[in-house]
Design a protein around this ligand. Structure first.
Ligand code: NAD
Length: 340
């Protein structure tokens, strides 16, 4: 039987990017579907020599494939992530953060969060300006459209996964901005009465996640709150370097139009080219991409196989093991072939 084939834009970056790309290709060979990778060079050298044209090409390829896997890139003159978010109108970031059994942590309680964050606005779209010598001001921007897209995505995801949504902000103080956010979330929540939803003040939420992490599942927040919360959650899970996220753009019907998946870590220049890079994060990003393609069984198998091997002690050096990028990849690929 012919294996189903999906085109996937692959954005090649710097540092450990090429090794991670080889690892992904090796893993893709073990899948019962075909991923037809369409590479676009986003390395610093390429960006410097081709300027905006390289982004034109990336946007074109991503829009035609509708899903993309991005390897880490050096942030120099500009952040390629920020450029792509703007050019592709990626308005929502979904960042799962969970305890990974076998990965050492200071925090011993299990954590299993899906952080859904509005990718634009908040305080991040305006760097601010001084007022005279001793003051400064910046705008805080909240818009109905991206909040609605994020809320619809979060509630749809909750419906599919049977999870609860907690929306969180400082609506008692930031009454106009955060008040609008909570109002829009409530409108969307009313269309999904079967999904449990509660509202928490953001400062209290941070404490409550630490005190009673099992009460929280999907957390829906504005841009900067999502930024703070993601890093805190990753710190609790002990997995700052091995998380992945989805950057999502929507059509007018609130259906995902394009989705770009990437690892949280950077280009790791200190270990580049040495076969030491841990490909866990990019494998988890690929698992999310497979879910987006509707290949839920394969996506879940990839995620679970990777996590199971980590628990069994099959780990790269950064996690205290002795595997190389290649041997870890081979172990995941072999186990996946057995399971699928
Ligand atoms: P980094 O994540 O690249 O490295 C921090 C430490 O973690 C290093 O010791 C590195 O060896 C280690 N590390 C990171 N990823 C690893 C992996 N997969 N396996 C094993 N060890 C790993 O962060 P940095 O040094 O602050 O940044 C380096 C460059 O990456 C900078 O130019 C930065 O702007 C860029 N960056 C890019 C992205 C992205 O493209 N999404 C994200 C973060 C940083």
């Amino acid at each position: 039987m012919m294996r189903p084939c999906y085109p996937v834009a692959e954005l090649l970056g710097d540092g450990i990017g090429p090794e991670l790309s080889r690892a992904v290709r090796g893993l893709a060979d073990a899948l019962p579907i075909r991923l037809e990778f369409r590479p676009v060079d986003l390395s610093l050298e390429g960006r410097r020599s081709r300027g905006a044209a390289i982004y034109d090409e990336a946007v074109e390829v991503i829009e035609s494939c509708r899903v993309a896997l991005k390897h880490p890139t050096v942030t120099a003159e500009e952040s390629p992530n920020a450029v792509l978010r703007r050019r592709l109108n990626l308005s929502v970031i979904h960042r799962p953060v969970s305890t990974i059994p076998g990965v050492p942590t200071n925090f011993t309680r299990p954590l299993d969060l899906d952080i859904v964050r509005i990718a634009t606005g908040g305080t991040y779209d305006d760097p601010g300006r001084p007022i005279g010598e001793d003051g400064a001001v910046s705008l805080r921007i909240v818009e109905r459209q991206p909040v609605r897209e994020a809320a619809r995505y979060a509630f749809n995801f909750a419906r599919k996964t049977g999870r609860r949504v907690t929306s969180s902000s400082k609506y008692t103080i930031q009454r106009a901005t955060d008040g609008l956010f909570e109002r829009v979330v409530k409108e969307v929540a009313q269309l999904a009465p079967e999904v449990p939803h509660n509202v928490e003040l953001f400062d209290a939420l941070l404490a409550k996640i630490i005190l009673t992490p099992e009460r929280y599942q999907i957390i829906l927040v504005l841009n900067e709150y999502g930024d703070f919360l993601s890093d805190m959650a990753c710190g609790l899970a002990g997995s700052l370097g091995i998380g992945a996220s989805a950057n999502l753009g929507f059509d007018s019907q609130a259906v995902v139009r394009v989705a770009l998946f990437d690892a949280a870590h950077g280009t790791a220049p200190d270990i580049a080219g040495q076969n030491k890079a841990n490909p866990t994060a990019i494998f988890l990003a690929l698992a999310m991409l497979l879910n987006q393609l509707g290949e839920l069984t394969i996506g879940e198998a990839l995620k679970q196989t990777t996590l199971d091997l980590l628990l069994e002690g099959v780990r790269t050096r950064d996690l205290g093991g002795s595997e190389t990028t290649e041997t870890f990849t081979r172990a995941v690929a072999d186990e996946l072939r057995r399971r699928l």
